[in-house]
Design a protein around this ligand. Structure first.
Ligand code: ADP
Length: 431
């Protein structure tokens, strides 16, 4: 019950006085038994008990002092020391620690008096000490209650601050979302009104390019809305993974094919290394892992000036495959490395928000990396970044590390069957 940390070091102990009155004699008589009984009852472990016994000596001194002087306030210093150390350390778990201790002391005093004293001595002793214990209970209860109230209001303040932050992030989200959604809507409106004008003019015009523009705008709208839905699914742990066997090399190759035009127009080189584990069949949700890798690769494209290089490499690492995406881009400051995986980590930079997905430094709603992290964590993996810092002139670059667990079995038995046939087919092909 009594732990080492809940006991303060021996303080200014009261010098023992020569006992003269009968009640003091009684106190002296029960002292050793009382101390060892209370110590045995309350403190587990020899080391703690020795420490506690010292405390009990001090308590008993003060009890004697209070009885002799008739002033229970002598007990204040030790009671407050105990209450303070107990509430400071045990606020969460053991409530009313010292009150419990005093209650046990009362019970043990009665027990020891019965065993060691005559009836009259016992009655006299109890008449003298019970009011002091009662006083002690009151002091401690008041102190413990006050400390708890202070602790609770402190906690409430923290919650309130958290709510304020959530509120702020909510309104920031609305402003960024509105900004992000506005651009494609304006684009679609523009195309629609041009189409309307041309159709009204009644000339046999070709609407293909206008329709293509509208489709681009709608696609952009959809991807922003999809990102928002994904973030809310991740936040509410609703992301469902559809495990299927897949090789990382396949996913990366598909992503390179998707970015081919952008890479060409921005004169970027994408190097894909044939690393250990890249051809291993893994159970992942391929669509989701592709989405995570795509977000990282799109960023590498976005934050690397024209003519730069993006390298995709990796290695196996104790049950995981670690994929690295290294770019020769503007890099990320140490402060930002800590926040970019948080939702709207880049909200401060509303100036960066534009709808150019792959344009150099074309910002987005700041959801790409939080989504990537949510997907990878749902798989049991993780993601982090390393960068010497942010510098648009020297372009120190960044390396994103994506850790994917090597899962060779699916919860679904049929999938495992499919996996083994795929594996044997690949082995035949390779061997
Ligand atoms: P956004 O939609 O803003 O791109 P992300 O979550 O994908 O949102 O990225 C958050 C921020 O992290 C970006 O705005 C950018 O400042 C920074 N960032 C991400 N990847 C890179 C990178 N490869 N190089 C430099 N900065 C990056």
């Amino acid at each position: 019950m009594v732990s080492r940390r809940s006991i303060q070091p021996l303080g200014n102990s009261v010098p023992r006085k020569r006992t003269t009155s009968p009640i003091q004699k009684v106190l002296v008589k029960i002292r050793p038994t009382w101390i060892s009984r209370v110590a045995q009852d309350m403190a587990r472990g020899m080391e703690v008990r020795a420490d506690f016994e010292e405390q009990l000596e001090r308590f008993f001194d003060l009890l004697e002092q209070s009885v002799t002087s008739g002033d229970p306030a002598w007990m204040d210093s030790i009671l407050l020391d105990w209450a303070k150390s107990s509430t400071e350390t045990d606020l969460e778990d053991e409530p009313y620690h010292v009150s419990f201790l005093i209650n046990r002391m009362i019970a043990l005093t009665i027990q020891v008096s019965r065993e060691a004293l005559t009836k009259q001595e016992a009655l006299d002793l109890l008449a003298a000490v019970v009011p002091i214990y009662a006083y002690g209970l009151e002091v401690v209860a008041r102190y413990e209650m006050e400390t708890r109230v202070a602790h609770i209001s402190n906690e409430m303040e923290k919650v309130q601050q958290q709510m304020k932050r959530v509120d702020k992030s909510k309104s920031a989200f609305i402003s960024v979302a509105a900004h992000e959604l506005k651009t494609p809507i304006t684009l679609i409106e523009g195309y629609a009104s041009m189409m309307e004008d041309l159709m009204r003019a009644g000339k046999g015009v070709n609407l293909d390019s206008l329709l293509a523009g509208m489709t681009t705008g709608i696609g952009r709208l959809r991807s922003i809305v999809d990102d928002m839905i994904d973030v809310s699914m991740i936040d509410n742990a609703l992301l469902k993974l559809n495990f299927q066997p897949m090789q990382i090399s396949q996913m990366v190759a598909a992503l390179r094919l998707e970015s081919k035009d952008t890479l060409q127009s921005r004169k970027l080189t994408m190097e894909i290394k044939d690393f250990e584990g890249s051809k291993q069949w893994l159970y992942v949700d391929p669509a989701r892992v592709m989405q995570a890798l795509k977000n990282v690769i799109t960023n590498a494209i976005k934050y690397t000036p024209d003519g730069g290089t993006i390298t995709i490499d990796g290695k196996t690492k104790q049950g995981f495959i670690e994929v690295t995406v290294t770019d020769t881009g503007i890099g990320i400051s140490h402060d930002n490395q800590a926040v970019i995986f948080e939702k709207f980590g880049q909200l401060g930079r509303v100036d960066l928000h534009s709808s150019g997905k792959t344009k150099f430094k074309g910002g987005g709603p700041g959801l790409g990396l939080p989504i990537a992290r949510g997907i990878l964590e749902a798989h049991g993996g993780s993601i982090w970044v390393e960068s010497p810092g942010y510098d648009e002139k020297s372009c120190p670059g960044s390396t994103f590390h994506v850790l994917i667990p090597i899962r060779t079995e699916s919860p679904d038995a049929q999938m495992t069957k499919l996996f083994s046939s795929l594996e044997s087919r690949t082995e035949k092909k390779n061997g």
